[in-house]
Design a protein around this ligand. Structure first.
Ligand code: ATP
Ligand code: MG
Ligand code: MG
Length: 542
């Protein structure tokens, strides 16, 4: 915008425009240290959506500067998830593609007297940076001669320092009120092999050094990130200016937070390693693979995030709101089917053994076009143990001795005449009823689910998920707050054959749709994508 940045270097601007032709360039820059979560859906929609809206381009940039935490399966899954959501990167890049350039820039920065090698301990550095005291003080290395820092940096690079033995720090502004200006670390020693560069490097650039420079290299026009990076904008610009390279404009938006849970990959990784959840796709988590496993289609996630809108004010979204958004997205398209979780046999006494009435059960109460499934109403049916009470009460409308209830879509209600209990466990094992086909009971007050006994299919296992944590929000010591009853397993549930067939079809359809979506996303981006994607080296798929 005119007047917005008077210091803009006209030459850099010209070079940038030559590359971009004034087009919007954004990037989605995940760190490949875990699977994406629902918060990333928002970031993906903003990064890809903003560029798409303006006819621009979006990179998927793996921010792979932390060799220890990165695994091939994460790279692969991140790309798959972006595609599953319907977006196709213009190019797939890696921060590590730029390790040589970044290193040269680090040397240049040092040469310019704007970086120095510091060999203080981590504690000393923390203390000097004013943590707890409120103001930073320079350490003894800050004013060492440039030549000395260059030499020490070379030694760092050659692996002559152990991890945490030395760091290259940017010589920023210790008088600033912004901690991001207090001589941030640019490079540190890490001896772990890197996923893509192997053991070529013994030093790795930090996020603060890497991010703005990769944005610069890729000619990003709008560097979109979450609001906690507002104070980091100053150091982002400082570094680009110090090296006199093109600098993108950073814009911030509020993170998506969900009540009663957390999204941080590092914390989820902890739950997984400690086996407090089954894996990254445990349905109690809010990773995208978990939500997908729960049967939530990509459109429902996109619609939920759209409803929340984009602002800069931090907020925590209620899980109820998330669930009701998904439910309303699925409302018109999800078939209703009957399942009995905890079956008890109900025997109708006043009908012959071969009693069998065909029943049409609509798949949706309000969408007749969805059709019906056929089943039979028979002498013996299963109902849920929870739909029967031994002691009746006025505010209870389901089955109890002497009481009537409707069986969903069955021709007549039934009235309970007697029941049998297991003498040891006290559990109700059989309920006997009278079919009210004589007109005594005209209309039932409530209808319950049922499955006929002869055709019932036993489900090997039904898993019922409740909130993972006991507290809301989960405490810092979240591991001990995991609710062991948050996963309920039912081993005796029954369904009817039509349920089985439909579920099978739904799974196959979802698979097909997801494949088509990926194809479409790829086709959509094809004309603007002259360069082949680089293979995901070292990843499982490769
Ligand atoms: P985490 O703490 O879960 O690891 P992160 O911010 O470190 O999150 P990255 O993989 O670095 O995760 O994030 C990639 C992009 O996604 C960043 O631009 C980041 O700002 C954005 N992002 C991460 N979490 C959220 C969230 N909850 N809401 C919106 N955007 C998010
Ligand atoms: Mg990050
Ligand atoms: Mg993180």
């Amino acid at each position: 915008k005119p007047g917005e940045n008077p210091q803009i270097n006209p030459k850099l601007k010209e070079q940038h425009l030559e590359f971009t032709k004034g087009m919007v360039y954004t990037r989605f820059p995940p760190e490949p240290n875990g699977y994406l979560h629902i918060g990333h859906v928002k970031a993906i929609m903003i990064d890809f959506g903003y560029a798409k809206f303006h006819g621009g381009r979006t990179y998927l940039r793996f921010d792979d500067t932390n060799p220890e935490a990165e695994e091939g399966r994460f790279f692969q899954s991140i790309l798959e998830t972006v595609r599953w959501l319907g977006f196709e990167p213009w190019k797939i890049t890696y921060s590590s593609d730029n390790f040589d350039q970044l290193y040269e820039w680090a040397v240049e920065l040092t040469r310019r007297g704007k970086a120095y090698v510091c060999t203080c301990s981590a504690e000393k550095m923390k203390e000097d940076r004013g943590m707890g005291k409120g103001h930073p003080v320079p350490c003894e290395h800050r004013d060492r001669p440039v030549e000395e820092s260059l030499r020490e940096f070379e030694r760092m690079k050659n692996g002559e320092y152990p991890e945490q033995g030395a760091a290259l720090r940017m010589k920023m502004d210790l008088t600033s009120g912004n901690p991001y200006m207090w001589d941030m670390v640019a490079y540190r020693v890490k001896l772990a092999p890197h996923h893509r560069t192997g053991d070529k490097w013994k030093i790795y650039p930090t996020y603060d050094f890497t991010h703005c420079l990769c944005d610069s290299i890729e000619n990003i026009s709008h560097s979109l990130c979450t609001v906690e990076f507002i104070p980091a904008r100053e150091s982002y610009e400082w570094l680009c200016d110090a090296l006199e390279v093109y600098k993108a404009r950073q814009y911030e938006f509020a993170r998506l937070n969900l009540q009663g849970t957390f999204l941080s990959k590092r914390k989820i990784a902890k739950l997984v390693t400690k086996k407090l959840v089954k894996d990254w796709d445990d349905p109690r988590l809010y990773t995208i693979i978990a939500l997908r496993r729960r049967g939530i289609p990509p459109g429902a996630l996109l619609s939920f995030v759209s409803e929340l809108g984009v602002t800069t004010s931090e907020s925590v979204t209620e899980i109820k709101r998330f669930e009701s958004s998904i439910r309303s997205y699925l409302e018109e398209s999800a078939p209703r089917l009957m399942m009995v979780l905890n079956p008890v046999k109900l025997i109708i006494e006043n009908v012959p053994d071969d009693y069998r009435v065909p029943v049409q059960v609509p798949l949706h109460p309000k969408v007749p076009s969805m059709g019906t499934v056929e089943t039979s109403f028979t002498k013996e049916v299963y109902i849920d143990a929870d739909d029967f009470r031994e002691v009746d009460s006025p505010d209870y409308f389901r089955l109890a001795p002497g009481k009537s209830v409707g069986l969903f879509k069955a021709p007549y209600p039934v009235t309970c005449t007697s029941y049998t209990k297991d003498p040891v466990t006290g559990q109700v094992t059989e309920i006997r009823c009278r079919l009210e086909d004589g007109g005594n009971v005209k209309k039932a007050k409530a209808y319950i689910q049922w499955v006929n006994v002869p055709e019932s299919i036993k489900v090997e296992e039904v898993r019922y998920f409740k909130p993972l944590f006991k507290s809301d929000p989960p405490p810092a010591d979240f591991e001990s707050d995991v609710d062991p009853d948050s996963l309920e397993v039912y081993k005796n549930a029954v369904i009817e054959p039509a349920f089985y067939e439909l579920a099978k079809k739904a799974i196959l359809d979802a698979r097909k749709e997801s494949e088509e979506r990926t194809k479409k996303a790829q086709a959509d981006s094809a004309p603007t994508n002259p360069n082949e994607h680089k293979p995901l080296e070292g990843s499982e798929a490769a």
